[in-house]
Structure formats: structure tokens, C-alpha cells
Design a protein around this ligand. Structure first.
Ligand code: PLP
Length: 458
């Protein structure tokens, strides 16, 4: 493969071939320049992507675009093309991009002290924990770096609680079909979708799966934890669920289903655990998604929006589940001064800028607009979701997939994310304005028209 490289790496070098046989002809510094230099032609950009793919593992299917910068709800690629960002780093950049207050807080903390071990007291972490506890039914917080890690912590907590507090020898955690809890071994086991588990067996023992929103199936699964004929002592350690399934297609739990889960946990002493990695931090229109359903979990997890895009995750629990002792669980980076400062800056913004109220108002506007698009195009059978986590269910007859619609949106300058093959997900920054929401609706309408026209021609 012979490619013309950008001016910075000068003339006619051959990039490494797929089998790496020409690797020696490109020095690491040349490779770095190839990947990071501004691309001046389409060929340059293609060469940069090829150089990137040579050294970064292929775990993601990526669009052929490179983001250079962002401002508010907009991103700009290396050609200066503007995109209205209704993906927000997948429900993460709650304050949008390059927020001055978040940037200042992180910069200030970086210049003071950015990381110390959890061997010492970290005031920024304590302050963030205090505010998270004040915002919820929880009493205690454990900090980590991501959603999967927060869920790992919850799974460990549930097992220890079952063993130590309930005297269960082989605890069982119930999770839901179509759920998503992360990519570590424990969290792919918890994830009730075989496609995420395939090829990674053996999975962890001690998990069983319930059809989401099926009360009878939930009761039957709890009965199964009592052994043959459902007569023994329950081995139920926890019921774990997303209040609204994000990756699984923007499907809220029903109030009836989660109330039954609460009841079964109360009866057995097991923990009700909500994965709020995507729904938490105000995205649902209330601070926590479970508040939409009128139920208090014993444990819940969060990440994504917690640091506004600065990596941080957390597991929160009620006093009855606060059983970890020193040495039981840990994270080197968890809740370090830098990440905690970001979390506090996000909460400052929520307090000062009426972010939750904005989520509710924009939600009403977007839902009405999406319903209008659904009614006039016939391509969408249902608009669903809470706050600013909204999904459009594509009709069987529309002739295009969520991925194709997402690509058409991108072409028209709107970033979105599929949630499964037939649902398009809209998860803008929580500070999105009325004008930006209108612009997104216009772009979406145009993208649907373009997909429909292509389908009609094919
Ligand atoms: N849980 C839910 C509900 C999620 O949506 C995600 C990510 O999309 C995760 C867990 C995993 O989070 P992370 O990618 O930060 O590990």
C-alpha cells in the first residue's frame, strides 16, 4: 500500500502493510507525525487513518471523521465541518464541549495537585461524595473510573453482602435481558445480551437472567434461587437493572416491574441495584433515573456524565449495604483530586445554570418534534425515553436501519447514536438550547427524507 503522506512526514514513504512487514520503514516519530498532523487532502486524511489503524486495536467501528475541537453543543472536524452533537460522547458530555467553568476547574486542580493515592484524605472527593449523597437516597460513595468498574464494585458488594450478611454460600445476581452493564468479565456476564458474551467464556457463575419488565418471569427467577421446587432458602444476592435500558433500545422499566423487584429484595434481604451509568446525573430529567419510577435502590452506579467527560465513576449505596472494609475494594485513580474537581464543577453548573429544568423543557420540545416527524413520515413507530435520553423506533417498513439513519444524520451535520439495529438514540448535552433542539429536529427530518429516498430508489 503506497500512500502520499502529509507534508510534515514529507515524501513517498510506504506505510506499514497489514502484516507489518514494512514497519521498519516508518520510524515511531514519523508514525506519530503521520497520525497527528493536520490533513490537507482527502488522501492525507486516509493515510492518517491507516496509520492510526496500524497501531490502535480494532475494537471500534469508526466513522471516517476526525474531530478537531468542540464548543458548546457543536463539534468541528479537521476540515472545519460543523456537527451538532446529539451523541455527547455517548451520554457523557453533559455540559457540552470546552465548557469554560469545567475547563477552569480542571486546570486549577491540575496546577494544585491532580493525583494522590487513596491512602490519604482527598477533600475534593469528600465534597463530591457529600453532594451525591445529598442528591439521592444513598449514604455512602465509592469512586472509580468508569461505568463497568462501578458495576464491578456493585457486583462484588452484592456478593459480599449476601455471603456475610445473609449467610448465602453461592449467591445469585439476577439481571435483565437486553441489558448492558459494561465490558469486563463480570459486567459482560451481567449483560443479558449473548452478542457481548460470545467467545469470552467461561462466564462468571452466579448470574441468572430475567425478561425485562416481565413480572412473572422475575418472580420465577427468584423462586429458582430457592433450589429444586422453590422450597429452599433463597440464594438471591441482588436484582440489578437499568431504570431505562440505553444500549438495549431506550426502554424504560415499568413502575410495576421495579416495584416488584423492590418487594422481592425486601422479602429476601437481597439488594436492589440500579445501573445509572447512562441514566444518572440528570439525563432522565430527575437527578437519578430511578426517581422516575418512585423506587429507592440499595445500590446504584454512575459514570458517563459524572465528570462531564473527565473519566470518573461511582457506586453509591445505602447504609445497610455499606459493608466494604479496607482492602475489600480499591482503585488507584478512583476519586482523585482531578476527577473529583471535574465532578464538583459539573454539580456547580447544575446548581447555577438550571440544568435539570433545561433537560425537562428540551425533552418536551424534542418529544413533540419527534412525534411530529413520526406522524408525518411514517418511518417511526414510537418515540420513547425520559428527559434527554430519547429513542426513535424505526418502522419495519421504513427500509433503513438505525446505523444508516445515523450515517445520514452525520452527513447532514448531526451526530446521533444507534441503540440496537432499529432505534436511533438522541442524547445531547444537557445544556442544549431551544434553537439547537429545533436545528436537530430539522436535520433529523432531512436525514429521514434522504434515507427514504434512497430506499425508494433501491
Ligand atoms: N452501564 C450502562 C447502562 C452503560 O450504558 C454503559 C456504557 O454505555 C456501561 C455500563 C459501561 O460504562 P463504561 O463504558 O464507562 O465502562
Amino acid at each position: 500500500m503506497l500512500l502520499t503522506l502529509s507534508p510534515l512526514v514529507s515524501v513517498g514513504l510506504s506505510l506499514p502493510s497489514m502484516d507489518g512487514s514494512m514497519r521498519s520503514r516508518v520510524s515511531p516519530s514519523m508514525m506519530a507525525a503521520t497520525i497527528s498532523a493536520p490533513a490537507s487532502t482527502a488522501d492525507d486524511a486516509e493515510a492518517q487513518r491507516a496509520a492510526f489503524d496500524e497501531v490502535v486495536m480494532g475494537t471500534y467501528g469508526r466513522f471516517k471523521m476526525t474531530i478537531a475541537r468542540g464548543k458548546g453543543c457543536y463539534l468541528y472536524d479537521t476540515d472545519g465541518v460543523e456537527y451538532l452533537d446529539f451523541a455527547a460522547g455517548i451520554s457523557t458530555c453533559c455540559l457540552g464541549h470546552a465548557d469554560p467553568a469545567l475547563a477552569e476547574a480542571v486546570y486549577k486542580q491540575m496546577r494544585t495537585v491532580h493525583h494522590v493515592s487513596n491512602l490519604y484524605y482527598i477533600p475534593q472527593q469528600g465534597e463530591l461524595a457529600r453532594r451525591l449523597v445529598a442528591s439521592s437516597c444513598a449514604d455512602k460513595v465509592f469512586f472509580c473510573n468508569s461505568g463497568a468498574e462501578a458495576n464491578e464494585a456493585a457486583i462484588k458488594l452484592a456478593r459480599k453482602h449476601a455471603t456475610q450478611e445473609l449467610g448465602i454460600e453461592k449467591p445469585v445476581i439476577l439481571t435483565m435481558t437486553n441489558s448492558f452493564h459494561g465490558r469486563t468479565m463480570a459486567t459482560i456476564t451481567a449483560t443479558g445480551q449473548p452478542k457481548y458474551q460470545k467467545g469470552f467464556g467461561p462466564l462468571l457463575p452466579g448470574f441468572d437472567y430475567v425478561t425485562y419488565n416481565d413480572v412473572e418471569d422475575l418472580r420465577a427467577a427468584v423462586r429458582r434461587t430457592r433450589g429444586l421446587f422453590g422450597l429452599g432458602k433463597s440464594r438471591l444476592a441482588a436484582i440489578m437493572l437499568e431504570p431505562l435500558q440505553g444500549e438495549g433500545g431506550i426502554t424504560p422499566a415499568t413502575a410495576e416491574f421495579i416495584a416488584e423487584a423492590r418487594k422481592l429484595c425486601d422479602e429476601t434481604g437481597a439488594l436492589l441495584m440500579c445501573d445509572e451509568v447512562q441514566t444518572g446525573m440528570g439525563r432522565s430529567g430527575t437527578m437519578w433515573g430511578h426517581m422516575q419510577l418512585g423506587v429507592e435502590p440499595d445500590v446504584f452506579t454512575t459514570a458517563k456524565a459524572l465528570g462531564g467527560g473527565v473519566p470518573i465513576g461511582a457506586m453509591l449505596c445505602k447504609a445497610r449495604a455499606d459493608i466494604f472494609q479496607p482492602g475489600d475494594h480499591a482503585s488507584t485513580f478512583g476519586g482523585n483530586p482531578l476527577a473529583s474537581a471535574a465532578g464538583n464543577a459539573v454539580l456547580d453548573a447544575y446548581d447555577e445554570r438550571g440544568v435539570l429544568e433545561n433537560v425537562r423543557q428540551r425533552s418536551v420540545q424534542l418529544k413533540a418534534g419527534l412525534q411530529d416527524i413520526a406522524d408525518s413520515t411514517g418511518a417511526i413507530t414510537e418515540v420513547r425515553g425520559w428527559g434527554l435520553i430519547l429513542g426513535m423506533q424505526l418502522s419495519d417498513a421504513c427500509g433503513f436501519t438505525a446505523a444508516q439513519l445515523c450515517a445520514a444524520c452525520l452527513e447532514g451535520g448531526l451526530l446521533t447514536v444507534p441503540a440496537g439495529t432499529t432505534v436511533l438514540r438522541l442524547v445531547p448535552p444537557l445544556v442544549v438550547s431551544e434553537a439547537e433542539a429545533s436545528e436537530a429536529l430539522d436535520k433529523l427530518r432531512a436525514a429521514i427524507a434522504s434515507c427514504s429516498a434512497k430506499h425508494a430508489q433501491s
